[in-house]
Write a protein that binds this ligand. Structure first.
Ligand code: SAM
Length: 243
């Protein structure tokens, strides 16, 4: 992975980004196929030069309106997380889509993502959405491993939301497949997700919600409730106290 600049005014920002991520900066893309983090004049993009695929994060006004409106019968994510303007931690924040969804539903959201490049792409999308006046400071973003960050949070959040990577089986649109393929070049399956769930149940004061494909087995036995959407299911787990 190398960082390059594509644009007259982006070179300095690209060098800074490369330094902060501990990645090499190149003035131009290497001739051999590579994953490139490209700082353009307006946004940060991930390119796979072997396939030509590109990935960047863009939150739109239409998307935010849709989240705020919920769906017919209510948003299953909201039903799973419970009512009110409670503190919710998205502990597997990825590219930030769900964190922004949760913020649009009215929760105070702290988003945690451990992969520094995924985190940089998400933060770039949030920065542009804020500059466009679409979002405020919510969601708050942190880069780090949730297994370390969660126990140190004070006060403890009411709810923790988990959406770990799972083996891709279900049918997706071509666009989503392309995005997920690129994401998967960076992030492998989250094989430690069950341990993250166990840790989250020791921190959340009210519940932990796990997103799964609608037909996938639960991440762990013992869920208290389950809310189904068209493609995904939200399994609710109660806290486990070890005092
Ligand atoms: C399926 S993606 C999440 C997608 C996200 N819900 C969205 O809307 O973009 C799973 C993400 O969780 C992150 N992750 C997994 N375990 C983590 C942990 N212990 N701490 C922080 N991030 C974690 C992975 O790096 C990956 O980016």
């Amino acid at each position: 992975m190398v960082v390059i600049a594509a644009g007259a005014s982006s070179r300095f920002a690209a060098i800074e980004l490369a330094r902060s991520l501990g990645l090499p900066f190149h003035d131009r893309a290497p001739p051999e196929p590579a994953l490139l983090l490209v700082q353009t004049d307006t946004r940060l993009e991930l390119h796979d030069s072997s396939s030509g695929a590109r990935l960047y994060v863009e939150f739109t006004a239409a998307e935010l309106r849709r989240y705020r409106a919920g769906g017919p019968g209510g948003d299953p994510l909201r039903r799973a997380l419970g009512p009110g303007d409670r503190d919710v931690v998205d502990a597997t924040a990825g590219l930030g889509g769900d964190a922004v969804h949760l913020a649009a539903l009215g929760y105070r959201v702290t988003a945690i993502e451990r992969h520094p490049i995924v985190s940089a792409l998400a933060q770039d999308g949030l920065r542009r959405a804020r500059a466009a006046g679409l979002l405020g400071e919510n969601p708050l973003w942190r880069t780090g491993d949730a297994r370390v960050v969660l126990p140190a949070l004070a006060p403890s959040p009411a709810a923790i939301y988990l959406d770990p990577m799972f083996p891709a089986k279900r049918k997706k649109s071509a666009a989503v497949r392309k995005e997920m393929r690129l994401l998967r070049l960076l992030v492998a399956d989250d094989n430690d997700a069950a341990a993250l769930l166990a840790g989250a149940r020791r921190v959340a004061t009210d519940r932990v919600v796990v997103k799964r494909p609608v037909d996938a087995p639960p991440l762990a036995p013992g869920s208290a409730a389950s809310y189904r959407g068209k493609l995904v299911r939200y399994d609710v787990y109660r806290p486990e106290r070890h005092d």
